[in-house]
Structure formats: structure tokens, C-alpha cells
Ligand binder design. Structure first.
Ligand code: SF4
Length: 441
């Protein structure tokens, strides 16, 4: 007879499928029955992802209903996939959205499906770093790896981002506290500048805190660029920040050996949106006249970057891709799914690995609730609540393997830790079966 714990197993070097930091040093502890009972090295959010990935309500069988007021009925995958294929194939303008919490093979299948049915495909970057991606599409950006930041950066800026809470191991693994090849003393070898209207926990650690007024990021970047180019500020404050502090911050950046500007949604979603990022890219280009400086978006979902990468290889565009004319078109505002829903133009929507019901503007959610909605989703969510069909997938990075792109664009292999519930398919397989069924039709 085996003693309890006798066959306890550890899996090392697991990648955490939660945030864009994609920590790859997690240890997962499994009990005798193969259940996860603990983790090592993960932050509290990462630990919760592994310990509670099944959630309060985990779907293990497909559900369907014709009318959204009816109760769901359990069906098999064949029935749910056939009905999904029929709805998509008969639709005039289908939308395919989400993808940020699944692996890259599923992204490729989703884009193939959109092309097949002449639909519009996009990911959750629309409501987070979309403006960054549009700016990068326009002008490119000077990026480096997080490894280079760890080994070289002596000046780090966090602009509109609070990694202490949103990316808890970013600072200890890569950017601030990490001891690098040329930064042996870690924090003591680095100057931290934080730009944030609030005194966040990250700002409390800063050497210089530029407390910019909300929505005035563009003005502050412009003032920094002016100072960098040798102009004198004719006012005491710009965007609420004292001129002296702007001069000091610019001087620190100019004299850096290697600087990195990390920016978050506080910059992308404040007034001027992608123009803020255009301007920040220009600031970094200007700084490169003096020293080596890079810039990197603090991507949130663990594979939101992956979709933008895969979509760009396949279509030439990172998101908001419209295949309705038979070729890919990219015109955010016109081809963005949020806007299409708010204009009431689509007639079917497939959502995968995201929860737009909880994050889209109310007008868009109201419209989603009116049209046939298919949700490839493991858990009960706001979107699942207003769906007609729920197809439960295996959870990528826990129950199935795959590839994800870290915030710096480095692809990382996600491990499979355990089997999914009986019969539950990976996202990619569900999409492949929908594609096959549409081709048969
Ligand atoms: S920092 Fe992000 S990737 Fe790393 S363990 Fe925490 S949630 Fe997971």
C-alpha cells in the first residue's frame, strides 16, 4: 500500500500562463492523484492560476440553446461544432475575437477560419495595447529582450504601468532588482523613473516620480523631447510636473549607459492614445543620439503579443483584420470589433480565450447579446452568460502545450502539466474541427 505523498511529483521549469512576463522557472507540485497542490517561484497571481485554474464553474461538456432566454442543454462536440459551422458559414459579417489566453497554433487556426468565412478577426489588444500596436505598425520600435534589460539597463522608466501589482515578478526577474552581468548590484546599479498620476506601489520605489496629470502624457513626452533637443521650458510646470524634475529626468536618461522605457495602459489608453506611443518612440529615437535606449509595452495577458505576431506573419497586420473583401484589410476604427459591434453591423460572433462581455463598452455588449454568439471558454464568464453555444476547451499551458510570445517578442514553449477532463479538446482542435466542417458544407 502506498503512503499519502509517497508519489508526490515536481515538474520544473514550467511557464506561467498568466501575464506577459511568462516566468519560465515555476515548479509545480502534483499529489499522488496528479492534482496540483502547490507551486514554487510563482507570484500570488501565478500561483492562483495554477491552484485554481478550474475556477468556480468549469465547463466540461458543450452547451447549446437556441434562444438566449432559454436554459442551456448539454450536447456533444459534434452537434455544437456543426451548429457553430452553420452559423458562421451562413453569416454575412462574422466576427472572431479574443485569443489572448491561448497558444499560437489556435491563433493561426482562428485566422484561417476568418479568411475562410470572409470575417473579421482581432484580439483583446483592441482594448489594451491596441494603440501601441498601431503605432508600432506605423513607425516600428526600438525593442530589445528582457535579458538585455536585466544585464545592461542602468535607467528604467515605467510609464503608466504598475508592475508591482500587474506583473509582480517583472522587477525582480528582469528590470529593477535583478542582478545582471553589467549590473551586479541589482537595484543599486539602476535608476528608476516612474511616470504615473498616482503614487502607486511602483512609484513609491522610484528615484524620480513624474506625477503627470491624467491624459497629459503627450505634453510631458513633448516637453522631455524639447529639453533633450536643448530648448528651454518657458513655464514652471508641464502636464503638472515641475520643470526642474523634467530637466533632471532628461539628464538621467541622456547619461544612461543603457535605458529602457516600459509603458502600460496608463499611456496607451490616456488621451491621444496611439499618438502618445508615436511620441514616446520618437523620444527613444532622440535619446539614441546620446545613448542606447529601448522601449517595450508591458503586455498584460500572457499571449496577447502572440496573436499580434502570428496575425502579422499571416496577414501583414497585427489585429483588426477584415477578410470580407477576400483579402486582408486593416483599418482600426472601421475594422475593429468593438466599433463594428457598437455600429450593429455584425450578425454572428465567435469569442475565444477572452471575456469581452466583461470588458467591452456597454453598447457593444448589448449588441453581442442580440446576435448568435459562440464562446470557446472553459469557465463561466460574462460572455458565456450571453452565448448561444459554449464549447469548453482544455486550458493552454496547464492541460495542453503550445507556444506563447513574451512581452519582448521571445517565443516560449508552454508545458502540459496534466490531462484535461475526459473528452475536452484543445482550442486549436476545436477550431480545426469547425474549419473542417465548414469546408465539408
Ligand atoms: S509575474 Fe506574471 S508570469 Fe510571472 S509568475 Fe507572476 S503572473 Fe506568472
Amino acid at each position: 500500500m502506498k503512503m499519502k505523498g509517497e508519489t508526490m511529483k515536481e515538474i520544473k521549469n514550467v511557464v506561467c500562463p498568466f501575464c506577459g512576463t511568462l516566468c519560465d522557472d515555476i515548479v509545480i507540485i502534483l499529489d499522488d492523484d496528479g492534482h496540483i497542490v502547490g507551486t514554487r517561484h510563482a507570484c500570488r497571481i501565478g500561483n492562483a492560476k495554477f491552484m485554481h485554474f478550474e475556477g468556480a464553474v468549469r465547463y466540461t461538456e458543450p452547451l447549446m440553446r437556441e434562444n438566449k432566454k432559454d436554459d442551456f442543454k448539454k450536447v456533444d462536440y459534434d452537434t455544437a461544432i456543426e451548429e457553430t459551422a452553420r452559423l458562421l458559414a451562413e453569416s454575412t459579417l462574422p466576427l472572431i475575437y479574443g485569443f489572448s489566453a491561448t497558444e499560437c497554433h489556435a491563433h493561426a487556426c482562428g485566422i484561417e477560419l476568418a479568411e475562410l468565412i470572409g470575417g473579421i478577426v482581432s484580439n483583446t489588444a483592441e482594448v489594451c495595447h491596441g494603440p501601441s500596436v498601431w503605432a508600432l505598425q506605423d513607425v516600428g520600435y526600438p525593442i530589445c529582450t528582457l535579458g538585455e534589460v536585466k544585464n545592461r539597463a542602468d535607467v528604467v522608466i515605467f510609464w503608466g504601468s504598475n508592475p508591482m501589482h500587474a506583473h509582480p515578478r517583472h522587477m525582480s526577474r528582469y528590470s529593477i532588482f535583478a542582478r545582471g552581468f553589467f549590473r551586479e548590484r541589482g537595484r543599486e546599479d539602476r535608476t528608476l523613473i516612474v511616470v504615473d498620476p498616482r503614487e502607486t506601489d511602483t512609484a513609491k520605489l522610484a528615484d524620480i516620480h513624474l506625477q503627470v496629470e491624467p491624459h497629459k502624457d503627450y505634453e510631458l513626452v513633448s516637453a522631455m523631447r524639447a529639453v533633450l533637443k536643448g530648448f528651454e521650458l518657458q513655464v514652471d510646470k508641464v502636464a503638472g510636473v515641475p520643470a526642474d524634475l523634467i530637466y533632471e529626468a532628461v539628464e538621467v536618461c541622456k547619461n544612461a549607459q543603457f535605458g529602457e522605457l516600459f509603458f502600460g495602459m496608463g499611456m496607451t489608453q490616456s488621451g491621444c492614445k496611439h499618438r502618445n506611443i508615436d511620441n514616446a518612440i520618437q523620444l527613444v529615437i532622440d535619446l539614441n543620439a546620446y545613448t542606447k535606449f529601448g522601449l517595450m509595452p508591458m503586455r498584460g495577458h500572457y499571449n496577447v503579443n502572440g496573436f499580434n505576431q502570428v496575425c502579422t506573419w499571416i496577414t501583414g497586420f497585427p489585429l483588426c483584420v477584415d477578410f470580407s473583401r477576400g483579402y486582408p484589410r486593416f483599418n482600426p476604427g472601421d475594422t475593429s470589433i468593438t466599433d463594428i459591434l457598437m455600429r450593429g453591423e455584425a450578425d454572428v460572433m465567435l469569442n475565444i480565450a477572452s471575456d469581452p462581455g466583461a470588458h467591452f463598452p456597454q453598447k457593444a455588449v448589448d449588441y453581442m447579446a442580440k446576435i448568435p454568439l459562440i464562446c470557446i471558454e472553459p469557465h463561466n464568464s460574462a460572455t458565456a452568460e450571453i452565448s448561444n453555444i459554449i464549447l469548453p476547451p482544455a486550458i493552454a499551458g496547464v492541460e495542453t502545450d503550445g507556444t506563447a510570445y513574451r512581452m519582448d517578442g521571445v517565443p516560449v514553449h508552454l508545458k502540459k502539466i496534466m490531462d484535461p477532463p475526459d473528452g475536452v479538446l484543445p482550442d486549436r482542435e476545436i477550431l480545426e474541427r469547425i474549419i473542417k466542417k465548414i469546408r465539408e458544407m
